[in-house]
Design a protein around this ligand. Structure first.
Ligand SMILES: [Zn+2]
Ligand SMILES: [Zn+2]
Length: 150
């Protein structure tokens, strides 16, 4: 309730997307909720957990959790913004793969991301793509096994 939009004392929830870790998914880039430290995947990831978290929690500000990036983004204005230094660490471990986690990234990850973006761009009249908008998203767990079949 009285939680500030940006809380510099809150540590990140971990080194990977909380929701992808819970569902066996994988992410492209990571974002950190500036209010509660939730680590979620970016809008270029299949599941967009950072935005899903902002929507469900009402926490309006995220910052990058990528090494070397220090921008903030405010969902209310949909603009990049500045923010204070948050509790360390300010990015995932540099030896962590992008996309990640390495153990779950499918061999055709680029094709999967491209396909998703093309579907979204080409078919705005479609109902939202499976898993695009809810936290019950069907993350492609089969991607783990599919790496050898494509
Ligand atoms: Zn995620
Ligand atoms: Zn949050």
């Amino acid at each position: 309730m009285s939680q500030p939009d940006v809380d510099v004392t809150v540590q990140p929830s971990g080194t990977g997307c909380v929701d992808c870790d819970a569902t066996g998914g994988w992410w492209f880039h990571l974002r950190r909720c500036a209010a509660c430290g939730h680590i979620g995947c970016c809008d270029s990831s299949l599941s967009k957990h950072a935005t899903a978290h902002a929507t469900s929690s009402g926490h309006p500000v995220i910052t990058s959790f990528e090494p070397g990036e220090d921008w903030f983004f405010d969902y209310r204005t949909e603009r990049m913004t500045d923010g204070p230094a948050l509790a360390a660490p300010d990015c995932h471990p540099v030896d962590q793969s992008t996309p990640g986690p390495a153990s779950r990234v499918p061999a055709d990850w680029e094709a999967q991301l491209e396909a998703r973006h093309h579907i979204r761009a080409a078919a705005s009249s479609f109902p939202s793509a499976p898993g695009a908008s809810t936290s019950h998203s069907t993350v492609p767990e089969s991607g783990i096994d599919r790496r050898t079949t494509r």
